[in-house]
Design a protein around this ligand. Structure first.
Ligand code: ZN
Length: 82
């Protein structure tokens, strides 16, 4: 019997103040509906410092490749975390 590897959430994931549901064929997707920010798991703020603990989280989306408008400050912080 093969035990599947545990699925780990990404270290940095996409979050957005607003979200919407769209239908794509037979699938219903939850997606960001405003500027997308990056957030590290276990923190309460985005990389740019906005409080985001109540914002929708999109664990399966990659902040680097996400469609839509990415927060410039989060992009800068991700590129240069110091
Ligand atoms: Zn941001």
């Amino acid at each position: 019997m093969t035990v599947p590897a545990p699925v780990r959430p990404p270290a940095v994931y996409v979050t957005s103040p607003f979200a919407s549901w769209i239908r794509v064929g037979d699938e219903v997707r939850h997606q960001p509906a405003s500027v997308v920010h990056a957030k590290r798991a276990g923190t309460t703020t985005t990389l740019c410092g906005r409080p985001a603990s109540s914002w929708p989280k999109f664990w399966s989306l990659d902040f680097v490749r996400v469609d839509g408008v990415r927060c410039r400050a989060c992009v800068d912080r991700l590129a240069d975390p110091a």
